[in-house]
Design a protein around this ligand. Structure first.
Ligand SMILES: Cc1cc2nc3c(=O)[nH]c(=O)nc-3n(C[C@H](O)[C@H](O)[C@H](O)COP(=O)(O)OP(=O)(O)OC[C@H]3O[C@@H](n4cnc5c(N)ncnc54)[C@H](O)[C@@H]3O)c2cc1C
Length: 604
């Protein structure tokens, strides 16, 4: 006869073996002084990726100011449809606040955009911006990676040498053709640039639903000279063609694959991972010993201040605005700025917070005679059922169609000599403009949008501080359109958007005159004036702690992401990428985190 306790033991063992790994809660810390090999500040996109890898062989603390978005942002960060419609993504200063997952950052007035201030959404949650972004996964081009390698004097950044790290971070699932709707949203991809045997934590795949208007607008972009490509946008080629983009999405349930859903959950499931996460804990200062070696972080959980010590290194992954802020608050930055707030200078680095790149955009709108999805009480039940049961329908997808190009000759011949000279400095495969097509429900008809994003901006913004306290937000100067080359590029891109709308291939679905800006806007001056007032963001700001070579006045970190002038401190996030890599940055953030984790493990 089996005793009751033996029965319970067998049942418990069965439960444990059915769920290998350990309790989810085992990896979360109780606040209080503690010591680890590595301390990662920021449990965002790059932060969780590098923490997961380092925790395979060492103890790692992650300090994250936010919490768990699946709990604190309802379904908004989980269901792909909301990635495009979440209220908190508004750039207006009267945006609907969601302080549990967004930092509430408002820029300084942008002179080039009619003195508007911009609400610049940034994830304040495990996953960081990978929990708020629009889920597109794209890599840079061969030429732009060669440029990266040249700028930082390190061949390990060439396309050939970073491809293994892109592969290590992502698992690819081809589109589900049985489910994908409409069937004419044909997907092209190159499976050889992924390696699923590596079990990459980020799931890269496609949504199963495409808005029908975007299939027509894709045809319009093809008709004006950007044909459907055969590789997708993950093979090191971007310019000159269009394609349906890959998303960071889990195909089995059509939910977001963030760094939290990917990297952190893999770490938690691995009983050998020595990762410990501090949530709702804000780092206020990086601490140094007398030899300028980073040895810990001063943190604050709900008003309780304590120190997390690092016996090996501190990794700063707080993102494009907060990483430069934390460096400055810790004594690393332009001496004049630090001294004006009585911050003792540990390293006088003029480049901290400078070199801010941002890929800005606008869209040209017209009506179309095609249906748009509008959630209503009548369709809610069937739409939800289709999503939850079959991973189909509008809720299952954030994906869309994009094209890249250099502005064609007929439009660029009017560029000033200076603009032509600047553009000529870019690698041949660096696209100048990305076109994205979208659709919205309108009052009288569906509204189609052909948008243009500048992929080669020459205007540079900066990030600075307004006090010595972490409780004051970083000061963000976006400086859009401060370089006239950007104005010329965007005016030419605007004319390309109109060419797409005028393409004979789509006239059968177009209705009424152009909605925005409207045909009264014709001259370059009128177009530019309209663009200034209608600029938007892709939330791709980067490079505010530029990677470079010693002696470059803007460089903050070397090619191993080590901060110049101190020891034991690296910056690993989109702030340390030397320039805005064309495409979308999250894939590059994961690649960089994987690469620097390897450098650290290899003793570099
Ligand atoms: C709305 C939106 C849409 C986007 N769309 C796309 C897209 O479709 N495709 C794409 O590739 N990219 C997209 N991006 C950009 C991309 O997501 C980001 O560039 C990238 O995720 C940034 O990664 P990161 O590691 O640099 O920073 P983050 O992911 O922002 O991580 C920084 C982390 O540090 C934490 N932190 C900051 N300060 C502190 C502190 N003092 N103490 C403790 N923690 C702190 C933050 O809370 C955050 O979790 C989008 C971004 C947004 C916001």
């Amino acid at each position: 006869m089996v005793s009751l306790s033996a029965t319970l033991l067998i049942a418990f063992s069965a439960l444990v073996s059915a769920q290998p790994g350990r309790l989810y809660s085992s990896c979360f810390a109780i606040p209080g002084n503690a010591s680890y090999d590595y301390v990662v500040v920021g449990g965002g996109t790059a932060g969780l990726a590098i923490a997961k890898r380092l925790a395979e062989t060492a103890s790692v603390a992650v300090i994250e100011a936010g919490g768990v978005y699946e709990i604190e942002n309802g379904n908004q960060s989980v269901v792909p449809y909301f990635a495009l419609t979440m209220g908190v993504l508004s750039t207006s200063t009267s945006y609907p606040r969601q302080p549990l997952v967004d930092w509430d950052l408002i820029s300084q007035p942008v002179a080039g955009a009619g003195d508007k201030r911009i609400h610049y959404a940034r994830g304040k949650t495990l996953g960081g911006c990978s929990a708020l972004n629009t889920m597109g996964y794209l890599r840079g081009s061969v030429g732009t990676h060669q440029r990266w390698a040249d700028l930082v004097g390190d061949d390990s950044y060439t396309w050939e040498n970073v491809l293994p790290y892109f592969k290590k971070s992502a698992t690819f699932t081809p589109p589900n053709l049985a489910k994908r709707f409409p069937a004419n949203a044909t997907v092209q991809f190159d499976p050889t640039v992924f390696d699923n045997s590596l079990n990459g934590p980020i799931q890269v795949s496609y949504g199963n639903w495409i808005d029908v208007t975007t299939t027509w607008l894709a045809v319009a972009l093809q008709a004006i000279g950007m044909p459907l490509g055969s590789l997708g946008f993950n093979s090191g080629v971007l310019s000159g063609f269009g394609d349906w983009v890959t998303d960071e999405i889990k195909p089995e349930d059509a939910t977001r694959s963030s760094s939290e859903a990917g990297y952190l959950r893999q770490a938690i499931a691995d009983p050998n991972s020595a990762i410990t996460v501090y949530t709702h804990t804000q780092a206020s200062k990086i601490l140094f010993d007398s030899n300028k070696t980073a040895n810990g972080v001063l943190v604050n959980t709900a008003g309780f201040e304590y120190i997390i010590s690092a016996t090996q290194e501190v990794i700063l992954s707080a993102g494009v605005f907060h990483s430069p802020q934390l460096l400055m608050l810790s004594g690393i930055g332009p001496a004049a700025t630090l001294e004006s707030f009585d911050i003792p200078v540990i390293s006088n680095m003029s480049g901290v917070g400078q070199n801010l790149w941002d890929q800005i955009f606008f869209d040209v709108l017209s009506g179309v005679n095609l249906p748009a999805f509008i959630p209503t009480p009548e369709n809610e039940a069937s739409t939800l059922q289709s999503y939850l049961q079959d991973q189909e329908g509008p809720y299952s997808s954030a994906g869309g169609y994009v094209s890249f190009e250099k502005i064609p000759q007929d439009l660029r011949q009017n560029f000033s000599q200076r603009t032509q000279d600047l553009l000529a400095t870019l690698p041949e495969d660096w696209p100048e403009i990305e076109y994205i097509v979208l659709a919205y429900p309108g009052a009288n008809s569906t509204i189609g949008a052909v948008s243009a994003t500048i992929e080669a901006p020459f205007s540079r913004g900066n990030v600075t501080i307004s006090s010595s306290s972490i409780t004051d937000p970083p000061v963000i100067n976006l400086n859009w359109l401060s370089d006239p080359a950007d104005e010329e590029l965007l005016v030419a891109a605007f004319r390309r958007c109109r060419q797409a709308w005028d393409s004979p291939a789509i006239q059968q679905v177009r209705v009424g005159p152009e909605i925005a800006p409207g045909l009264a806007t014709q001259t370059d001056e009128e177009i530019l004036a309209w663009i200034r007032l209608n600029l938007g963001i892709q939330w791709h700001a980067s490079s505010s702690n530029k990677m470079g070579v010693e002696g470059d006045p803007l460089a903050v970190v070397d090619s191993k992401a080590r901060v110049f002038g101190v020891q034991g401190l690296r910056v690993v996030d989109v702030s340390s990428i030397p320039f805005s890599v064309p495409g979308h940055p999250s894939g590059t953030a994961y690649m960089l985190a994987e690469k620097i984790a390897d450098d650290i493990k290899n003793g570099n």
